[in-house]
Design a protein around this ligand. Structure first.
Ligand code: SF4
Length: 373
């Protein structure tokens, strides 16, 4: 099952913590970019399991450009099982929502980030709480039933009680999916510089871990079941696009900085919009780097990606998918991580049928994934 990802690298304003490739919106450049992406779409096979338009901020495109992109995708979107677009509250107008729904988009992921105005301000977001809530109801009114919101926790002066209040407000919203991410201090971001120059003091890891534990308890109790480290959904509303990714299935990424994984080759596109447009115009490759994975490396990657899911890895599934016996391939890591209580076995009778991360394993997921690779 192959998925399609399209990166729209424009944003109204750069958020202080953002490490994604995105630049300010320039109409002429955006027009040239959509023309380039549309040209690439024409060359694609039309069978995709899912489509995901992400960014940046896809809804920063003005109406006619968004329309052009959706038209180019029409042949593919009619046949796919899930069609998601990321949207930010400040650029999600009634006109755009109607256009999206009318063009077959059936899932919308809104970058709410926080349900607290002070926190939104501190993070450098353009929207406020009122606009965030309004955009959710606008989506509902225009026929979207599958809505995700992204939330961030672990901001420097945040308390566990503040975060709990946001979660309580979040579960009352008419959304089906909530993604919760811990704030990270990525190099080359304004946030990193602020922390380095001591303008702000990051929370200790223990405080962020406490908030994550609260999240893992509170959301499932309120019918948002955890199905991956950061993702919680009402039953049946898990994101198909991401599930496909976590099974290490192939995907094609179009756009500046997008990644692809096809026929065992990982590719990354150049992270420069102008150059991207120019290369497509001249029918040149936009690939910046490529790596052909050995069968073994691909199997190890499958282990490290799939362990992020709540259900973990079923040994039979793994064998069928990769050709490797998980217990042999990952013998050392398995012994260590189960001893450290970061992983535990799934059992049927007295048979070990698979393995999954414990709550502690989710807290130390980077370490777990690194051991499996
Ligand atoms: S809106 Fe999203 S992609 Fe754009 S700068 Fe902010 S965090 Fe980054």
């Amino acid at each position: 099952m192959t998925s399609l990802y399209i990166h729209i690298p424009f944003c109204v304003k750069k958020c202080i913590y953002c490490d994604f490739y995105s630049i300010g919106y320039e109409k002429a450049l955006a027009r040239a970019y959509i023309k380039a992406i549309s040209k690439q779409i024409k060359l694609l096979d039309t069978n995709f399991h899912t489509i995901y338009i992400g960014g940046g901020t896809p809804t920063s495109l003005d109406g006619p450009l968004l329309c052009e992109l959706l038209k180019a995708l029409r042949g593919i979107s009619k046949k796919c099982n899930e069609f998601t677009i990321e949207a930010n509250p400040e650029s999600l107008s009634q006109e755009k929502i109607k256009l999206l729904r009318g063009s077959g988009v059936n899932r919308i992921s809104i970058g709410v980030q926080s349900l607290n105005n002070n926190k939104l301000n501190a993070l450098g977001r353009v929207h406020n709480l009122g606009r965030a809530v309004e955009s959710i109801y606008l989506a509902i009114k225009n026929g979207f039933s599958n809505i995700n919101i992204d939330l961030i926790f672990g901001v420097w002066d945040e308390t566990a009680a503040n975060w709990q209040n946001e979660l309580m407000a979040a579960v009352k919203l008419p959304v089906k999916h909530i993604s919760c991410y811990s704030l990270t201090y990525e190099r080359h971001t304004q946030l990193f510089k602020k922390a380095k120059s001591k303008v702000i003091t990051p929370l200790p890891d223990s405080a962020a871990a406490r908030m994550y534990k609260i999240t893992m308890k509170y959301l499932p109790k309120n019918n948002f079941l955890q199905y991956e480290i950061s993702n919680f959904a009402k039953r049946g509303f898990e994101c198909k696009h991401n599930l496909n990714y976590w099974e290490n299935n192939p995907y094609i990424g179009l756009g500046a900085s997008a990644a692809s994984y096809m026929n065992g080759v990982r590719e990354k596109n150049i992270s420069n919009v102008k150059e991207y447009v120019e290369r497509i115009r001249k029918d040149k490759s936009v690939v910046f780097s490529a790596e052909k994975l050995s069968v073994k490396k691909s199997a190890l990657e499958t282990a490290a990606i799939k362990i992020r899911t709540k259900e973990g890895i079923d040994f039979n599934w793994f064998k069928k998918k990769t050709g490797f016996d998980f217990k042999i391939l990952e013998e050392d890591a398995l012994n260590l991580l189960t001893k450290e209580k970061l992983l535990k076995y799934n059992t049927k009778g007295n048979q070990r049928t698979g393995v999954r991360a414990t709550e502690k394993g989710f807290l130390f997921c980077d370490y777990v994934c690194a051991r499996l690779l």
